[in-house]
Design a protein around this ligand. Sequence first.
Ligand SMILES: [Zn+2]
Ligand SMILES: [Zn+2]
Length: 144
Amino acid sequence: MNNSIPREVGGGCLCGAVRFTVTMPTQFCGHCHCTMCRRNHGAAYVTWIAVDRRQVAVERGADELTRYQSSEHGSRSFCRRCGSSLFCVSTHHPDIIDIPLANLDGPIDRLPESHIYFDDRAAWTVIGDDLPRFGGPTGTDPLK
Ligand SMILES: [Zn+2]
Ligand SMILES: [Zn+2]
């Protein structure tokens, strides 16, 4: 992007009970179209960032976070006051935490770079960008 990339970006839930800080650099930013993300967030797709767990600090409201085990390997934490979904973790990549970009206060060190689980997208989703689209069983296989 440019040389105004922040070193740290704050974030939080809708009600403000949970506040956290993410230290750059992140490892990924992309749009997930999987059914679980769509249902959990009530959205066409969820724009996630992925960052090393050690770069995420919950500054306030850790005791307001409730964890929902959304699959065999993954769980999602949300604010029990306002319902905002904040952190997604998976035993498939235990060092990584996924956070919705929309819950951060401002721009991070990268822009969304791809669509994943694109073949699971809602039938009414129309995409107007040229980003690569991935899917298949892993959600990240190249689509033909
Ligand atoms: Zn909240
Ligand atoms: Zn997803």
